[in-house]
Design a protein around this ligand. Structure first.
Ligand code: G3I
Length: 767
């Protein structure tokens, strides 16, 4: 496959795309060498010139030359060249009086164009129809068959798809499958060169922290938390989990007489709570994922309604207050958007009919009034007859007073579907989100994966990355209507695409099967950095001056840069009553010194700029209160773990503070960034007192540097015995060498001294 610049003419859109990327990369602080490379690429695009249309007579300026009318099965239509043009002077007009005689025969109109196998092309055209919703399908044949449908309006609009050529003589075909009058103009096919796109490495980033700045949840599947690599990525990058299968009725209630199977969902919900993550519940009513006994039972309408009500009470009720969003109904609409799914496919439609939707939403709401309730479906992301049907369906429910809060767009896409921000699908998803938002609904992307037809390759990974990035841009452009970006898995090792796509497609996720980051991950970070860091203030110390160490870090004196820059707040809503200032939960009491940071959730952190007066070993005393949970804290110094997981006590009262001392850690003189991170919630934190380490009789030190520094407690002056023979030097606190030796015993000369010891592990014993 060849996506490189190869002497072919490049397109204006390539230049525009390059410039767009350039803007993004600038914001992501691309290294100068990369900039130079990018500039060279852009220049070569310009030098190679503006794209040449490979389709002859796409503008219909004079006649229909090169075009053939393939009307079949008795379709009756009139073609003419008219002055009503979108571009140039003329356009093609087609009036269809009669469609072909059988269901699939339609009015066809085609032309050929020369292609290079494996090259990526951009196909664009203008179209409108005399009355709204004229149906047009664009089909590429010869090497393969790829059809894309468009729903036209009464106004000229530009439509775009991208396409990888499979043959050298491609057949471009327009198919018209609704009786209407159509106008077509400016059809162009030009190569699109994305092969040199530079995707900056993501470094140590966190998708959820970056997306949090934009108010978007990063969600993923939470049922494999027992696999270490899976779990650590989940914890680092995502703040919301959902289950792939374990909350489907087939798994929750496999037999009529079986007990509910809650072990897996229970585990996921408990994990989410420990991590302070949100939860999506998937799904209550669906035609698929159903136990055989429900599908096969000879239900009366009332009997099935009764069963459903009981199921909802038991399942939704069990997780009341613990599941934030429920996909109440999944995939209820026929693919062509003509109606709700037929009763032959769905037990709900067969025995109950459309009213099952209203009932289910009502009952789920009764069982958990705080949960957001979603209708979820696939193939209805953009503007088409299926999404039109869904729009009317949810609007109808709202009109009837049914509690519905959002629409889930599954987003099972292919790697080449969103290669530019101008492709019709991208613009249509945007439009669709906006019209649902105008109804007061939320939107989430609920099952994102972006599959690659085999064989997979690095080039296809690059294109997949562009598609992931462009999908994310649509999400970020639509906040606050857009809420959650849920990817249907983490690693290509576990994806339904491998098992369900007849072996044709693969590798749809952000990590390879052996947990290597793919370009798609890096591109997501680049897009988030470009879009979600701009709005925050420039970071500066909260007090305008760094906190001196040794000294006290008052919890509320965190740096005030903003969400994701100097603090991260897992819950943007104020859940803590009086708690709330500057985006994290700061209270004017009941803590010591009148301020505490409270209601902390897993993954939240606060950063402090500190100035360490002297290099040495220090301890951190955490002053915390927790009514009923053992909390955990971690401290990072300049991005590296300084104090690993430390348990914090239950103090039985949110206002009763106790201190917990950390192990000794080394700090070097100068300015540093300290991050206090909540590993396990929830506790209130009043302050952290950082002191020079005090040597006790059982201290042991592992020397990792050439020299280890400790501060003996002034009261512990005297003789110190080392457990084994080590080289030692004794300094005054000002760094004056007081003595040196090689042995197992050293004498401190005065109250404040520094001990520098060389050697292996040793033990310092006070006498
Ligand atoms: O775990 C069993 C295994 O023990 C058994 O040997 C094997 C034999 O078939 O089946 C395994 O279970 C499969 C399960 O996935 C776990 O891999 C089921 O057969 C299979 O039907 C199930 O497929 C799931 C599918 O929904 C149907 O429920 C996929 O994992 C899941 O990704 C997929 O997700 C759906 C969404 O819920 C709705 N939207 C579309 C999406 C993709 O199809």
């Amino acid at each position: 496959m060849n996506f490189l610049l190869n002497g072919q003419n490049a397109t204006l859109a390539s230049i525009k795309l390059g410039l767009l990327l350039l803007t993004d990369f600038e914001k992501t602080k691309l290294k100068p060498r990369r900039f130079v490379l990018l500039i060279i690429i852009l220049l070569s695009i310009v030098i190679h010139g503006i794209g040449q249309n490979l389709l002859s007579n796409g503008g219909f300026e004079n006649d229909f030359s090169n075009w053939t009318n393939l009307a079949n099965d008795g379709a009756v239509a009139t073609y003419s060249i008219v002055a009503n043009a979108a571009e140039g002077a003329k356009a093609m007009r087609l009036k269809i009086d009669q469609l072909g005689s059988n269901g699939y025969s339609i009015q066809n109109f085609h032309n050929k164009w020369p292609a290079e196998v494996g090259q990526l092309y951009k196909i664009e055209f203008f179209a409108k129809s005399q009355s709204n919703a004229g149906g047009l399908r664009l089909v590429q044949t010869t090497g393969s068959y790829k059809a894309t449908s468009f729903s036209l309006t009464e106004n000229w609009e530009k439509y775009q798809i991208t396409y990888v050529a499979r043959g050298t003589q491609e057949d471009f075909k327009l198919q018209f499958f609704k009786k209407n009058t159509y106008f077509i103009d400016g059809i162009s096919i030009t190569p699109l060169n994305l092969g040199e796109v530079v995707i900056p490495p993501s470094g140590n980033s966190s998708l959820k922290d970056l997306a949090g700045n934009c108010g978007v949840n990063m969600a993923n599947l939470g049922d494999r938390t027992t696999e270490t690599e899976f779990e650590s990525i989940l914890r680092n990058d995502f703040n919301m989990v959902g289950s792939e299968n374990s909350l489907k009725m087939k798994l929750v209630k496999p037999q009529e007489n079986s007990a509910y199977q809650f072990a897996n969902p229970d585990r996921m919900v408990a994990y989410a709570q420990n991590q302070g993550m949100k939860v999506r519940g998937h799904t209550i009513i669906w035609h698929n994922g159903m136990p055989d006994w429900v599908n096969n039972k000879n239900w009366t309408k009332q009997g099935l309604l009764n069963y459903l009500k009981g199921y909802i009470d038991d399942v939704v009720g069990r997780y009341k207050g613990q599941i934030d969003e429920w996909d109440v109904a999944n995939e209820f609409v026929e693919n062509d958007g003509s109606s709700l799914r037929k009763g032959s496919q769905s037990v709900w439609m067969r025995h109950i009919g459309p009213e099952v939707l209203d009932s289910a939403f009502k009952w789920v709401h009764e069982a958990d009034p705080d949960a957001k309730l979603y209708y979820n479906d696939y193939g209805a992301e953009g503007m088409n007859s299926k999404s039109d049907f869904i729009y009317n369906l949810v609007k109808g429910m709202q009109d009837r007073g049914i509690p519905i809060h959002g629409v889930g767009m599954q987003c099972h896409f292919k790697y080449d579907q969103l290669l530019t921000e101008e492709v019709t699908l991208a613009k249509d998803i945007d439009k669709n989100i906006k019209r649902l938002g105008a109804l007061g609904l939320e939107v989430a992307f609920t099952e994102i994966d972006i599959a690659i037809p085999k064989p997979v390759s690095q080039e296809k990974y690059q294109l997949q990355a562009i598609t992931y990035g462009n999908l994310l841009k649509i999400a970020l452009n639509n906040t606050p209507v857009f809420k959650s970006f849920m990817i249907w898995g983490i690693t290509d090792k576990y994806t339904w695409i491998r098992t369900h796509s007849s072996g044709n497609d693969d590798d749809p996720l952000l990590y390879t099967a052996d947990y290597q980051k793919k370009p798609a991950y890096d591109q997501m970070v680049a897009v988030l950095k470009a879009n979600c860091i701009d709005n925050v203030e420039i970071k500066e110390p909260f007090l305008g001056t760094p906190i001196l160490i040794p000294g006290t870090i008052q919890a509320e004196n965190y740096d005030k840069g903003g969400q994701g820059v100097s603090y991260s707040d897992a819950d943007p809503e104020n859940k803590g009553g009086a708690y709330r200032a500057d985006g994290v939960d700061v209270s004017a009491g009941p803590g010591v010194n009148n301020h505490t940071v409270g209601w902390s959730a897993s993954g939240e952190w606060l950063e402090y700029t500190v100035r360490v007066k002297t290099t040495g070993a220090y301890t951190f005393d955490f002053f915390t209160a927790a009514a009923n949970l053992v909390g955990q804290v971690e401290v990072l110094l300049d991005g590296q773990v300084l104090i690993a997981t430390t348990d914090l006590p239950v103090t039985n009262n949110w206002g009763a503070y106790e201190s917990t001392r950390s192990d000794k850690v080394d700090l070097t003189k100068g300015e540093h960034l300290i991050r206090i991170k909540v590993l396990s919630p929830g506790y209130n934190i009043d302050k952290v007192v950082v002191n020079e380490a005090v040597i006790t009789s059982s201290d042991s030190f592992k020397e990792e540097k050439e020299r280890l520094t400790v501060f003996p407690n002034p009261s512990n002056t005297g003789e110190f015995r080392l457990s084994s023979s080590v080289e030692w030097e004794l300094y005054s606190i000002d760094g004056l060498l007081l003595g040196r030796g090689n042995g197992a015993c050293v004498k401190s000369k005065s109250g404040l001294t520094l001990l520098h010891a060389k050697g292996n592990v040793f033990r310092l014993i006070t006498e």
